[in-house]
Design a protein around this ligand. Structure first.
Ligand code: ATP
Ligand code: MG
Length: 264
């Protein structure tokens, strides 16, 4: 679709003869921020890896930021996408300083021959301040708290000015206060004019901030429902997608859920 930032049509992803994603179609338009919900193993991370050009679908069409897979240099595409996921944390040298870590986000995507410049470090410091981690810049990565690491990961993803920011369970391991602070940071990040579209994967409706406008609900690799947030975050659709009775509601732009006892 012309005016979509992301358009996925009839995507299938098969591994070991098992369809991990089946007949997924999805359009993301400018100004929309999406949440992806679904049980463990339902295919959320796989779907986002396809979007980000890390996995190739078995069949179907993927157009991201106007570039159709198959016609585009995937390295160039990845540069336009910021990824915040847990896998990166394990690869960080323990003694690395926060600003170096943030700057590495720019050069990881460009190649080893590019040397960071002073202005990269200035931009990293600005981003760190904006994301609420400007006070830990003297500490080595290894001693930082989970919440501080997550903020650095987001800063690292933002330094190359992506047009799409993928957040795969960014609140994992955060206490209630740190989680709320990180969510408020996402809320303001999502409202920056001209900022990247965000896609958030979470297991908790409590983490869906008002800035997120749409929800994609996955069930066993298929689309259970997708659309405007209020039309999808309904007890009946959630119950269907997760296979257990779920109560859900909203208040002041935020959501809650309660799993009901299963009757025998
Ligand atoms: N390369 C692969 N080969 C075989 N199976 C795979 C491969 N990659 C993923 N899978 C399987 O595909 C399914 C979907 O995995 P995926 O990581 O996308 O789920 P998810 O929805 O992100 O789950 P979680 O909530 O636990 O992160 C899982 O059952 C997983 O075991
Ligand atoms: Mg996952």
């Amino acid at each position: 679709m012309e005016n979509s930032w992301i358009s996925i049509k009839n995507v299938r992803f098969v591994r070991n003869r098992r369809p991990i994603l089946d007949d997924i179609s999805w359009d993301i338009r400018p100004g929309e921020h999406w949440v992806v919900l679904g049980a463990n193993g339902s295919g959320k991370t796989t779907l986002l890896q396809i979007l980000a050009g890390y996995l190739w679908p078995t069949s179907g069409d993927v157009t991201v930021l106007g570039e159709r897979f198959g016609e585009v240099d995937l390295r160039a595409l990845r540069r336009k996408i910021g990824w915040v996921g847990s896998f990166l944390q394990a690869q960080v040298p323990p003694s690395q300083r926060p600003l170096e870590f943030i700057v590495s986000g720019k050069y990881a995507s460009l190649g080893i021959f590019d040397k960071p410049e002073a202005e990269d470090f200035e931009e990293a410091a600005r981003l760190a301040a904006r994301l609420g981690c400007g006070n830990i810049l003297d500490l080595p990565y290894a001693v930082l708290s989970q919440g501080e690491k997550q903020r650095l990961l987001i800063a690292r993803a933002l330094i190359h000015k992506p047009r799409l920011l993928i957040l795969d369970e960014p609140c994992g391991g955060l206490d209630l206060v740190s989680r709320e602070q990180l969510l408020l940071t996402l809320e303001s990040q999502g409202r920056i004019p001209g900022g990247p579209a965000m896609i958030l994967v979470t297991h908790y409706l409590e983490e869906i901030m008002p800035v997120f406008s749409h929800v994609f609900l996955l069930k066993s690799g298929g689309c259970a429902a997708k659309g405007k947030k209020d039309q999808i975050l309904r007890p009946d659709l959630l119950t269907q997608a997760f296979g257990i009775p779920i109560e859900a509601g909203g208040e002041n732009g935020r959501y809650w859920t309660r799993v009901l006892p299963v009757k025998n």
